[in-house]
Write a protein that binds this ligand. Sequence first.
Ligand code: SF4
Ligand code: ZN
Length: 347
Amino acid sequence: MQISDHDFNIIIGSTSLVLMISDLERPIAAWKGTERLGDRILPSLTIIFRSAGCSWSRCRMCSYRHERYVTRQSVESLTTHLRAQLAYVLDQYPPDTIELVKIFTSGSFFDPAEVPPAFVAEIAETFRGKVIIAETRPEFVNEEVLRDFIGTAGTGRTEIPLYCAIGLETSNDAIRSRSIDKGFRFRDFTDAARAAHAAGAGVKAYLLFKPLFLTEKEAMDDMRASMRDAADHAELISMNPCTVQRNTELEGYWKRGAYRPPYLWSVLELLKEAPVHILCDPLGGGQKRGPHNCGTCDYDLVQGIRDYSLNADRELVGALLETECGCKDEWAFVLSEERPYAMPLTR
Ligand code: SF4
Ligand SMILES: [Zn+2]
C-alpha cells in the first residue's frame, strides 16, 4: 500500500492521529490534495477506510495490515461501520470540488471478505463521474465486478473512470517472494491488468524501491527492470521508496543494522532514467526510517521529488541531481562497494 507523508505519522506515532484510529466510525485517515493523472493535475481526495483487513497480511515491510477492526464483524456490522466512515468523509470533504478519489483499505478494496460488495457499489454511486483509484491485490481483480462498478461510476466524462492500483512492488518474482513475501507472481499481475483493461479500467502499479536483503545497487537495478516491465501493463506507475514501519519484520532487521532505507540520490537517479513518468511521494523522506541522505541536503531533495511527481519536469530532477553535498561521494561508494549478504542456500 502506498500512502503519503500525511499518514506517515500514524506509522511512526502521532498522538493526534492515534485518536482517529481509535474511533471506529471514522476512517483511518482522509485528506484533500492534488494528483497528476496523465497530463492533468486534479484536485484529489484520499481516503483510508478501516476494513476487515488484508487477507494476505504477510508482507515483510507492511504495518498497514494491522489497521483493521480488531473484533470479527458480521457483513452487516462491517457495512454499517464503512457507511459511517464514508458519511464522515463526505461531511468533512464535500465531493463537488474533487475530481479524483484515491481509496485505500489497508488491504484490497475489491476483496469481498474485506469490503462487502454492497459498500463497493455505494462507493461507485457516491463518486460517480470522478476518477476513482482503488487499491487491490491482483487476485481480487474480477472483470465482471469491475464492469459493474464502472457501469455505475462512469459517466463518459473521463475515458478511464476506474484504476486498479496494484502493489506489484517488483517485476522480479524471486525478489517479490524472498524480500517481500508478497504471495503472487508477475504473471498474476499481468493477468489482473488484462482483466482490468477488458473491463474498461486502467492499472496503476506500485513499485517498492529497496525491499529487504538487496544492496543499494541491486535495488536500483531491480527498479530499472521493474519500471520497464510495469510500463507494458500499467498506465500509471508509482515508485515507493521503502520506509521502516513499526511492528514489521523489516523493522527488526533495521534495528539490528541489517537494513538501510534507500538514498534520495538513488531515487532521483531512477526518476531521471525512467522510461515513463513515475509518480513518487517519498514517505518519511529525510527521516532515519524513510529514504534519506545525510540530513543536510534531504529537505530540498524531498520537496523537489514531490514537485517532480506533480509537474513531470525532468529538468528539475537533473538539476536536483547536480546539487552539491558531501554525501554524494558516500552514495557513490555504497553503490560500488556494498556487497550482498552471503545467505546460505541450505541448512
Ligand atoms: S498485501 Fe498490501 S496490505 Fe496486505 S500485507 Fe501486503 S502490503 Fe500489506
Ligand atoms: Zn547530503
